[in-house]
Design a protein around this ligand. Sequence first.
Ligand code: FCB
Length: 438
Amino acid sequence: MRAARQSVGRSFVLFLRRLEYHVVMASARDFSPDFLFGASTSAHQVEGHNVASDWWLWERSRARRIELERRGLDPLDFISGEACDHSRRFEEDFAWAKHFGHNAHRFSVEWAKCEPEEGMFNQAAFDHYGAVLEALRRRGIVPIVTLWHWTLPAWLAERGGWEAPDAIRAFSRFVGRVVHDFAGQVRWWVTVNEPTVYAWKAYAKGEWPPQVRSSARTQTVLERLLEAHRKAYEVIKFVDPVSAVGIAHHISAIEPARPHSFFDALAARAARAVAVSRPIAATLVTSDFIGVNYYSRRRVRFSLARPADWFIKTEPSVLATSDLGCEIYPEGLLRALRELARHLKPLLVTENGIADATDTYRARFIVGHLRCVKQALGEAIDVRGYLHWSLLDNFEWAQGFGPRFGLLAVNYLNQQRTPRPSAEIYAEICRTGRLPAP
Ligand code: FCB
C-alpha cells in the first residue's frame, strides 16, 4: 500500500516537473530563471598563499623538485605561490561573474587557512570568507560552498591525513565552526570534492601528497572520506536543517573500448561500480543532492598486464580532445544524469570544463553539454544547475599552471584577467536562459 502510494506520489512529481518544463519552454527559454548558472573554483587553486597546507609543503619539497627537474620541467611552474591572487581580487573576479550573467558560484573554504594549527581557528580567515559571501550576496550570486577540496592542514597531514584516527573528528569540528558562522548565508554545501579521485591519485597512483601506492590504503582513505561526508552532513543539518548537503562526485562516462568484448564490458562495469555507483550508494541517505563533476569519457579494456589497476587499461582517445587529452563527449553527461535520476535526488552539475588554452573548443563544449542538460530537463530529470570549471585559469594540482580551464584567461606575470570569447557565449546563455540555435 505504502509502495503504491509512493509510486503515485513519484509519478505526480514527475508530471509536475514535465509540466513546469513545458511552461518554461513555452516562454521561449530553455532553462527556467531559477536554474543555477555559474562557475566553480577551489581555494588552493585560485586564492594563493596556502602556506599551512600539505600541498604547499609538498610543492616545495626537495623530492618534488628533483622529480620535476628529472622530467625537464621548471619547478616554479608547479608551485602554487600566489596562484591567481583571488584572495585579494575576489571582488574583481565576481564583478566578471556578474557581468557574465552568472547567478551562482562554487568556491571552497580552505581548512588549512581556517585552522592553521590544531584547534586554533584563525578569525581573519573566517572574516575573509564572510567578505567573500557578502561580495556574492551583493551581486545576487548564490554561493555553493565546498568544505574540503583536497588540501589538508599540514598538522593533520603530519599525523597521517585521512588515515589519522581523529581525522574525521577534526574535520567535523572544522565543519561545525564554518557552518556555525555562515549558516543562513549558505544554502548549498558540498562536503567533499571527488573523494574517489583524491584517494586514487594520492594513495593508489602516488602522484599527489602523501604519494602512497597501496590499494588497501586507497580503500581506507575512500571509506574515511565517505564517513567524513556522513558526519559533516549530520553537523550541517543539526545547525541548519533546511540547507542542501551533497558530495561533488567525479563521474566520467566509462565505456568498453571494444563494444562487443565481454571482458571489456566487465571491466567497464567494475570501474563504474568502484568509481561511481558504490560511493554514491554509500552516501545516498545523507545526501540532499548529488553533485556531478563531469569532464570526459574513459574507454576501458580488460588487460591481464594490469593487475595493479584491477586489470583495467584506459585506451587512448578517439574523439577531439582537450589540451590534457580528455575526450570531448557531452553525451556522457546526459547518460550520467539519466543514470543518477533513479536516485530521485536533485542533481547539480558542480563541475564541467575543458583545458583549452586557445579557446578552440570551449564554446562548443559548453553548448554541447548544456544541450544534454536541457535534454535531461525535458525528460523530467531534476537538474538544478550547471557550474562551469572554471571562472578563471588556475593552478591545476600536480600539472601546475600549464592547463588553462578559465572563462577568464589569467596572465600570471601581472594577474591580469581577460575574458575568452567562449565566456561571452556562455554569458549569453546565462543571461537569456536560451541555447544558441544549432
Ligand atoms: C576536477 C577537480 C578540480 C579541477 C578540475 C580540472 O577533477 O575537482 O579541482 O582540477 O578537475
